[in-house]
Design a binder for this molecule. Structure first.
Ligand code: PCD
Ligand SMILES: [Cu+]
Length: 806
């Protein structure tokens, strides 16, 4: 070795592997406006489709007259449910076992529902065509309040299900009932409540909101009549699932369907489901023989595509007078809108809501969820937690605060007292999960020390006294939230979508000169997979991350995968990537042994190649081995260096975190100021700390939006009130607080690289932190629970209700 030989550290740094704050490679094109999004797909002769939508929330359709529309210059076709019936596509299956109208069939069930699809030479002509379609409606009584959905005299929404007493998830109790789902031991839980010293009960609602990604949902469909092939470019978080759904409902053989998800401008769960626009564009290209583009506008996106939450959770906790929790009982009324179009794994009608015991050692618990139909848009999947973990975390984190208040205990102290202890992992929760790993006490204490929790409480006590003396009009709240996430759906034993197990996949192919391509079954929408996936490979096989190209989103080239949502990419695909890389390394080891004329067992891995044990100068780098793989492999070995891995995770991963929010609220105006927000996340092994930080910043900003103002509201007749950015709160840099981030590292014991997901965590933990801060601020005035979102007006209303302002 001479002086020019790089040190081990230098070789490691050159790889930019796991743990490196590698800059996002995709940002080179994104920041220069050189991304390639669906709307950038422009094909010769391409037509444009757009929808006639219902102004009513609930109405019968008496007639649709398309004659005038068809005379509008540029309009080529108008599809209605009747047209779609000729190809058996007026309805489509949802991922939740329900069916959904593609175009209104006989009646409409929510405002802005798709009624007809106008296809024209350009978007403007399509719009003129929409104006010329004549639809005659007969208004029906709307059902907006989910609490009245199962009243005896409630209007029947889903006439297609009339008389059906069995739904996709068991018996239906009423014509607007979708399912009842129960978990846990009812009897033992009731007993715990009978014996409890202290109990609390509160209706905690997580309102309806919407992720509203920068880019709306869209697609371009192009049918090649000669080859009988359908190509779909679309904003799909799960391209392979879309291909399978299209194959099942169109009867086009799956190998003749090409689904391509190009760059995506944010997904946030909004782009998991299948929407009528996709089906209509596909039918339209087959009918017209021309490519057809469908692009939603902002209002269409906000009012009709996958909303989030709308869970009304009656929460009860039983405890001893010393503050040890002894039982949890939760009933959820789930408002699903007109169709059950959630995208949970098949066996989980309410997602992973049974993580509602949170980070606490509840000996017994019981959860019951009733899903109901209302005259609102379908969905329920979205917004940085597709599987209802956010609802669960909000429920338990609000509940613990309410219990602390009743016990006269500090909320952080109550949590510390009830945490699952580090030595209890793997921990079996009362509602059936096996938490893989955690160290809650360490995380919580680190957070409390960093923000000087005790000092904040002292300050708050002083401020409260000053408020009572009339010296200030400001009240101070400290919001505590300690969440446990559950991500990585999921193990084939209990997770499937449409019968397909929720594995994920990776295929790595190394080229002779020592670079390569990795194709993965996931699909980044901004998370930075092109950067992080290459980092895993770099560490595993010693090829610099810059020399690995990552490709996702093309069903012809990527191995089958279930896509990106529910923070599943790192737990599932991340593992597939590591294992595919290890297969390559195993073959590389055989080649190296052959080249160095030693036994495989005599070699050891050293950063970027193999070294003969005890003979450090005998070394073959991965680059050398790549070349050899194409010309001098051991006799009998196949040439080439590539591997595929399909990974079926043995368990979910359970990231967690401790969040604190310090807030001051002026009682006379309701105006709040967020003084401090501290977020400690534990996502196990950290692949790219900078990307993690970005994920946390983004998720916290969204949590802030939800907790402090964002809402999709409906009036009594079913008009959407949050349908544009005039009424729907999107925080800008001006409103967004400063985020302090921190971490601990508790690797997942079953994941090949120990990583857990992180993308969803900040939203899961963030919302309760904000809401608890507001509630904590008001608590000394006798309030137990104030409903989100906590905008200025509602804060002022709360102050008024509590008699501290006029
Ligand atoms: N440990 C760790 C973890 C993680 N990571 C990173 O981070 C990220 C994320 O991850 P995750 O957690 O795994 O996740 P994913 O699967 O990938 O993704 C998903 C998520 O993601 C988030 N984030 C985001 N970002 C952006 N930019 N955009 C978007 O859209 C979005 N979305 C959101 C959502 S909503 Mo759902 O769908 O509702 O369910 S779910 C979700 C990536 O890149 C990775 O790699 C790292 O580094 N490390
Ligand atoms: Cu989730």
């Amino acid at each position: 070795m001479n002086d020019m030989t790089p040190t081990r550290e230098q070789r490691e740094a050159r790889l930019e592997g796991m743990g490196c704050k590698r800059k996002r490679v995709e940002d080179i094109r994104f920041t220069q406006g050189k991304g390639n999004y669906v709307d950038d797909v422009k094909l010769p002769g391409m037509l444009h489709g757009d929808f006639v939508r219902s102004p009513h929330a609930h109405a019968r359709i008496k007639s649709i007259n398309t004659e005038k529309a068809l005379k509008v210059p540029g309009v080529l076709a108008v599809l209605t449910a009747e047209t779609l019936k000729t190809v058996n596509l007026a309805w489509m299956p949802t991922l939740a076992g329900d069916v959904q109208m593609v175009l209104a069939d006989g009646k409409v069930l929510f405002q802005n529902q798709e009624v007809a699809f106008v296809v024209a030479t350009d978007r403007y002509a399509a719009d003129d065509g929409i104006g010329a379609v004549e639809v005659e409606y007969e208004a029906l009584p709307p059902l907006i309040d989910p609490f009245t959905a199962m009243d005896a005299d409630a209007p029947m929404l889903r006439e297609d299900l009339a008389g059906k007493t069995e739904g996709a998830h068991g018996p239906r109790k009423h014509h607007n009932h979708i399912f009842e789902w129960t978990v846990g031991d009812r009897e033992l839980t009731d007993l715990a409540f009978d014996k409890a010293d202290v109990t609390i009960k509160e209706m905690i609602s997580y309102h309806r909101t919407h992720p509203s990604p920068l880019e709306t949902c869209q697609c371009v469909c192009s049918f090649d009549k000669i080859k009988g092939e359908l190509t779909i470019w679309g904003t799909f978080q799960a391209p392979h699932v879309i291909r399978t759904v299209v194959a099942l409902i169109s009867k086009i053989p799956e190998h003749k369907i090409h689904v391509i998800a190009p760059d995506i401008g944010g997904g946030f769960g909004n782009k998991v489901g299948a929407y009528p626009g996709y089906i209509c564009a596909a039918v339209a290209t087959i009918v017209t023989g021309k490519p057809v583009k469908w692009v939603e506008d902002r209002m269409e996106n906000l009012t009709t595509t996958s909303f989030a939450r709308d869970y009304h959770m009656t929460t009860e906790i039983a405890a001893t007078k010393e503050g040890k929790v002894t039982g949890l009982r939760v009933h959820v009324l789930a408002d699903h809108g007109a169709f059950d179009a959630c995208a949970d794994p098949s066996k989980w009608p309410a997602g992973f809501m049974n993580i509602v015991t949170g980070s606490y050692d509840f000996p017994v618990a019981h959860l019951a969820v009733d899903g109901v139909y209302t005259n609102k848009a379908p969905g329920g999947v979205a917004y940085r937690c597709s599987f209802r973990v956010t609802e669960a975390a909000y429920c338990i984190e609000r509940g613990m605060d309410i219990l602390a208040q009743k016990l006269g205990m500090d909320p952080a102290e109550l949590r510390l007292k009830n945490f699952i202890k580090a030595e209890q992992f793997p921990y079996h929760s009362a509602l059936g999960w096996e938490y893989d790993s955690g160290d809650y006490h360490t995380a919580m204490k680190k957070g409390m020390e960093t923000i000087d929790y005790a000092g904040l409480r002292r300050e708050q006590a002083e401020k409260r006294e000053a408020f009572k003396r009339g010296e200030t009009r400001e009240i101070m709240g400290v919001g505590v939230s300690f969440f446990t996430e559950i991500v990585g759906a999921g193990p084939s034993k209990n997770c499937d979508i449409l019968g397909i197990a929720m594995f994920d996949s990776c295929e790595i192919r190394l080229h002779p000169t020592g670079s390569g391509i990795a194709r993965v079954g996931t699909k980044s929408q901004g998370q930075g997979h092109e950067t992080t996936w290459a980092q895993i490979i770099a560490t595993e096989i010693g090829i610099p991350a810059d020399d690995i190209m990552v490709e996702e989103g093309n069903t012809d080239t990527a191995p089958y995968g279930l896509g990106t949502y529910g923070s599943r990419s790192t737990p599932v695909a991340g593992a597939a990537i590591a294992l595919a890389a290890r297969k390559i390394r195993a073959k590389a080891q055989m080649i190296a042994a052959y080249l160095l004329e030693v036994h495989e067992g005599d070699l050891e891995w050293d950063v970027d190649g193999f070294r003969v044990k005890g003979l450090p100068e005998k070394f073959k780098s991965m680059k050398d081995i790549c070349w050899a793989a194409y010309n001098s492999v051991p006799p009998g070995m196949e040439p080439g260096l590539e591997a595929v891995s399909y990974y079926d995770p043995p368990n979910m991963t359970y990231p967690f975190g401790a969040y604190f929010c310090v807030m001051d609220i002026d009682v006379d105006t309701g105006v709040y100021k967020i003084r401090r927000f501290y977020a400690l996340d534990d996502c196990g092994t950290r692949i790219n700390p900078m990307i993690i930080e970005g994920q946390v910043h983004g998720g916290l900003t969204e949590a802030f939006a939800i907790a402090m103002g964002q809402e999709i509201r409906y009036d009594a007749t079913g008009n959407v009130l949050g349908g544009s950015f005039m009424d729907f709160f999107i925080p800008t840099a001006v409103e967004t607080p400063h985020w302090e981030t921190d971490h601990t590292v508790t690797p997942s014991p079953h994941h090949p690289i120990g990583a857990k997901g992180v993308g969803e965590s900040p939203n899961v933990g963030g919302v309760p932190a904000f809401s608890n801060a507001v509630n904590d601020a008001f608590s000394f005035l006798g309030s137990t629970h104030i409903q989100m979102p906590h905008d200025f007006w509602r804060n002022w209303e709360a102050a008024k209700r509590l008699g501290v302002t006029g």
